[in-house]
Design a protein around this ligand. Structure first.
Ligand SMILES: C[S@@+](CC[C@H](N)C(=O)[O-])C[C@H]1O[C@@H](n2cnc3c(N)ncnc32)[C@H](O)[C@@H]1O
Length: 425
């Protein structure tokens, strides 16, 4: 049914430059698989009114929540990833310019001493306090690790929570650049030839950019939002199946769920997770994420005959069980969406179909069946092109592995995606 839907090019946002898509606080952090703010904004404006409540159960870096705030809605979001929660918190918190500038100047002054003349003393203090994970040595050269440890130690000394978190996001953003993670790769790949970036300069440059973006964000917010943002935003580091909302309290949901057979979110976020002390054992941590291949298995009800067919085609193996688990988890999230939405309210779900070793994984069609079973009707289906998204875009049709775009023998993954709009009956 969806194969016949024509692409609606007005949803490609081809005219948007990287500067546009990283405007205001959207440029704070490169969050893998985030959607562009223009997409969230249009969905919010077309499907809700000022003052209404918009939720995103998979908020990631908080794109939907930021756009809800600048469009004078109330934003509510959850994400299971601590890094997503930190970034979303910072991206949705307008800070007073003067205080931010003063904290920056003091931090810069401290760092210029601590990273040079007083290095030995502060290095000892930093290592004593931070208890860094051994995996950091796998990703960082010793000199880079030392400078980053002093930087983190200095940021953690900032007393005021919101200011400290702001600079922690700047710290998290430069980790990939200052590590030996292959710069152009989203997936964890080491580049032993990578040049060393100057930790201090990279950090100061990004923090300055964030300070400017905070000012731009403040200008877009209305005065009551600036005065007390907490009245307009609730975010939590929580499972999407436990949204912090009362029954029938939400006017609109705008979300892009995790993908299955794609990549492990925990692995992609490991650098800030290790540095900020959220991660001890990667194998355990992965299991929290919907779509992970590392789940404990038991037979699940999928509430979709198509989902059962896809799982049967994949077979009784690891991949089949991974996809089965994914569809069962997503059904539970949809149930939670149904609980929190007001009657007649809409939910917009951005999702792509994919293919694993020649078997179509029709996420969009399965979601439609599951949501219809729950008491939603399809309101609209939009097919859009994804001009540039931080997703691996090709998969080798024989091995099923993601490969470089210029390799032969490829099946495209997520070249287009759907925006499914449902209405609660
Ligand atoms: C496609 S991303 C969303 C990106 C987001 N739209 C943005 O613009 O940043 C999907 C998100 O689902 C989150 N996720 C995975 N399993 C989850 C769960 N059980 N509960 C809540 N969030 C989860 C991942 O951490 C990831 O941030």
């Amino acid at each position: 049914m969806l194969a016949e839907v024509e692409i609606d090019y007005s949803w490609s946002f081809n005219e948007c430059s990287p500067k546009d898509t990283s405007y205001i606080t959207h440029g704070y952090y490169t969050y893998p698989a985030k959607f562009i703010p223009q997409l969230a904004s249009r969905l919010i404006k077309e499907n809700s009114q000022k003052g209404q409540v918009v939720a995103d159960p998979f908020m990631g870096s908080g794109t939907t929540i930021v756009e809800s705030l600048v469009n004078q809605r109330i934003g509510i979001g959850t994400d299971i990833n601590e890094i997503a929660f930190l970034v979303a918190q910072v991206k949705t918190t307008p800070l007073p310019s003067l205080k931010l500038a003063e904290t920056f100047i003091q931090l810069e002054k401290d760092l210029k001493k601590r990273l040079f003349a007083e290095k030995e003393y502060f290095l000892q203090k930093a290592f004593d306090k931070l208890h860094l994970h051994e995996k950091i040595d796998y990703w960082f050269k010793p000199a880079q690790k030392e400078n980053l440890a002093i930087l983190l130690y200095s940021i953690l000394e900032i007393q005021e929570d919101a200011l400290r978190r702001f600079f922690l996001v700047a710290f998290a953003q430069i980790l990939k650049t200052c590590s030996i993670w292959l710069q152009k790769s989203v997936k964890p790949t080491r580049d032993l030839q990578k040049k060393d970036y100057d930790v201090l300069q990279t950090f100061l440059q990004h923090a300055k950019k964030m300070i400017q973006k905070n000012d731009e964000f403040c200008k877009l917010l209305s005065p009551s939002y600036l005065e007390n943002i907490e009245n307009y935003r609730i975010i939590a580091c929580e499972d999407a199946r436990k949204m912090p909302c009362n029954d029938e309290s939400i006017d609109l949901i705008v979300t892009s769920p995790p993908y299955v057979t794609s990549y492990e979110y925990a692995d992609l976020h490991q650098l800030p997770l290790y540095w900020l002390g959220y991660l001890q054992e990667l194998a355990d941590f992965r299991q929290k994420f919907i779509g992970s291949a590392y789940k404990v298995r038991e037979k699940r009800n999928l509430h979709s005959s198509l989902a059962c067919e896809i799982v049967a085609k994949l077979g009784n193996n690891k991949k089949g069980r991974e996809v089965e688990h994914y569809f069962a988890d997503m059904y539970e999230v949809f149930k939670e969406m149904h609980r929190i939405l007001k009657p007649q309210a809409k939910t917009c779900i951005v999702i792509g179909n994919t293919n694993f070793k020649g078997i179509d994984i029709l996420n969009a069609e399965v979601f439609i069946e599951q949501l219809q079973n729950l008491g939603f009707k399809v309101f609209d289906v939009i097919k859009r092109e994804i001009p540039s998204k931080m997703l691996p875009s090709t998969r080798d049709s024989k091995t099923g592995q993601f490969t470089k775009i210029d390799d032969a023998n490829l099946t495209l993954v997520y070249p287009t995606e759907y925006i499914l709009i449902f209405q609660k009956l």
